[in-house]
Design a protein around this ligand. Sequence first.
Ligand code: MAN
Length: 508
Amino acid sequence: MQLGKLAIFLPLWLLCLSQAHVIGVSPEDQHLYSAKIDEDGNQYWTCLNDSSIKLQLSQINDDICDCPDGSDEPGTNACPDSAIKFYCANQGHFSAYIEQFKLNDGVCDYDICCDGSDEYQLGTCENKCDEIHRQFETYKAEQLQILNKALKKKQHVVDLSQRNRKSLINNLEHLERQVPEKKMKLNKLKIQMEDVELQEDTPDLYDILDEHFANLANRIEAYKRDILKQDEQLQKLEKILEELSKGYNPNYNDHAVKESIHKFQEYISNKEDGLQKDFHDITEFVKKIVENAKEHSINIELTGNGNINNDKNKSKSKSNSNHYDGVPSLKNMIHYYFNLFAQNFLIKTPETYVSKLSSNQLAPEIDKLEEELEKIEKTITVIKKDLSSDYGPDDILRAYEKLPISNNLGGYYYRVDFLNSIYQNDVLIGVFKEYKEGKLIFANGARCWNGPKRSATVEFICGEGPAIVSVAEPEKCHYNFVIRGEAWCHPVSEQELLQSFEIDYNLL
Ligand code: MAN
């Protein structure tokens, strides 16, 4: 089918005829320069950014700027402010775009247009793409070899930073595990301390007992006086009866008198010795009991059933229990009731058992534990902050944490301790502040004479290292460091290599 006939059936805007090759335009964009046909069958073209501006096809690349965006002059330098660049095909190498002002200026810009097409009007630049591409391939191979070596070294650095991170995490976990255990121990000690303090503050039960015993002693003293009085009267009575038994006249044969005297003599012969010695020293004795009780109670330990279990007292209490079988002596009675009282009122249950340590012994232990805990918690905070800090991709700076580097540059000895500080001879340039946008920031260094505090920015480049390759002082006492190292290398694309590639013109 002929194109003219097709035009009858298709809307005009769809009818775009293929246009001859437009110089300066890439093959992908050639379609933008296709001719359009108006209602009268005439071919035309419109500016790319303004379709109201209709141009003849011959106005494209006619060295006169017609379109505001310069799109009608892709192959000339007629539009000075045009953003449009000239396309070089660079067959055998990489196609590229060159600024229009470089077109046909008599200079062969082989670094961009290796085919010399930027000088197409003069035709003075022969195509050097084959040679340039050969050079590029050699450069690429060298660079990739260096880079692969560097990336292997980088992997070791990454491994080291991961190991450093891991050990930090291990340390954190170890410390975090200690916290609950230590807190529990501290709590226990504090509870013990409270109990001990309470115990120490509580009035001594034995002092209270002492008072009770003193009352008891007074009452016993009163009984004793009564008994002594009665004893005195008894002795008087015995004396009367004794005199009667010696002086009565047996010849009167008075049966009642004889019977009474006989019973009296029987009474005298069976009579026991005088009063016990204990009985005479009641006050002293009660005092001694209280003292003994105090002494013994200190050694009291608890058994599971809450009974007194005092080894020292075991044999005593056993022998004492034998005494309770008979008529209790005053001494035994006091002992018995004291034990009973102590067991019922003085013994604490095992749950409320208090430490044998005094508050003076507990306090330093608590202080020590509190200090330990505080130290641990501080370290935990520091580690957590460290772990959440940005140390670059793959945490790379962590690998250099304890590996400072140094170099003599411009008459100064520089020492960079990555996450710590930078020194110029013995002058502090700055302490590590942060890692920001790929750079290390150091601040708060030694103040400059009549100037600010010293500070620095550290940038990194890929290459053999780590090494300080340059130090500049763009402003007074602010320093720019460049550090080179494999850790800052990364795989590169062919396009990136092309950008760093430099032609050896001697070989052309
Ligand atoms: C020293 C060095 C220099 C700095 C001057 C400022 O000489 O730290 O880098 O510029 O002091 O007085």
